[in-house]
Design a protein around this ligand. Structure first.
Ligand code: URA
Length: 275
């Protein structure tokens, strides 16, 4: 190969790596952004969908006008799903969020949907995108150890010991960036419906993105953590620190430990003080 051509190809490769490409998945490149990303047509709402409550945090999570149609479609599609399986399929088929174009898999859930506790993270990373399951990488391993410390295990069959795990965003953002406010607003109806269908007693919001989205606030997680709030008329939710943050800031583990003990106490029947 001509030295000049080699240099140019290496420069093109370096540029792609800078953009976030970290592996080759096919011989030939595919321009997924060339495919139009249009909101799926709204599903016919069921009676339940018509009476579904307004989204919690809708004021803060209101999308910009372009995303508004997609958010409306998402609300109608999610409300029309009566099972978690139907919701998973509807989300995987949803075309209203461009994050889908850069991801390999729709990462919906792991664990036991009958669990008393549901954990909601931010978005899949590289390992999760490859495995199709949330929290399987380093932060997932820490999450499993944290849960084990209070007697919970996402592989458990017994709802008392089990955990159900999901994310606010089911597609890996390129370069693991934080999902934008519009992306979250469009996808929020799906995670809210996932919570409603799984109907856990307690929801753990792991990190600022799920805590802000589901509490409907702009307050940062370092202030929010430790707070309990009721989500609509559903479960009580506890905001805590994301395991990835704990890996970067080990001294913060003592705060997370306090939150875990509060969750344990709630599971054991102590009523959490609501904020
Ligand atoms: N971080 C998250 O918030 N979710 C995952 O699934 C993995 C890492």
């Amino acid at each position: 190969m001509e030295g000049d051509l080699r240099e140019r190809l290496l420069a093109a490769l370096a540029w792609q790596v800078e953009l976030g490409a970290d592996e080759a998945i096919a011989e030939a490149p595919v321009d997924r952004f060339a495919a139009a990303v249009t909101p799926a047509p709204p599903a016919k709402p069921t009676p339940a969908a018509k009476t579904a409550p307004a989204p919690h945090g809708a004021m803060l999570a209101r999308p910009a006008s372009g995303a508004g149609d997609a958010a409306q479609a998402a609300r109608e599609i999610a409300a029309a799903c009566d099972t978690l399986e139907a919701l998973h399929a509807a989300l995987a088929a949803f075309e209203g969020c461009a994050l889908k174009t850069g991801a390999r898999r729709c990462v919906f859930s792991d664990g036991n949907p009958a669990a008393r506790v549901m954990v909601i993270g931010e978005a899949p990373g590289r390992e999760e995108d490859m495995a199709g399951k949330p929290f399987v990488g380093r932060s997932g391993k820490l999450l499993d150890r944290m849960l084990a410390a209070i007697g919970l295990d996402r592989t458990a069959e017994d709802p008392d010991h089990a955990v159900y795990v999901g994310n606010v965003v089911p597609w890996r953002p390129i370069e693991n960036r934080t999902p934008s406010a519009d992306e979250i607003a469009v996808l929020l109806p799906f995670v809210r419906r996932q919570i409603a269908l799984a109907a856990p007693e307690f929801v753990v919001l792991a990190g600022g993105t799920p805590a802000k989205a589901l509490f409907g606030t702009e307050t940062g997680i370092l202030r929010l953590r430790g707070e309990w709030r009721r989500l609509d008329d559903g479960p009580l939710a506890l905001a805590t620190l994301h395991p990835a943050y704990l890996l970067r800031s080990p001294p913060a583990k003592r705060h997370a430990w306090r939150d875990l003990l509060a969750l344990r106490a709630a599971l054991d029947g102590e009523a959490p003080a609501l904020d």
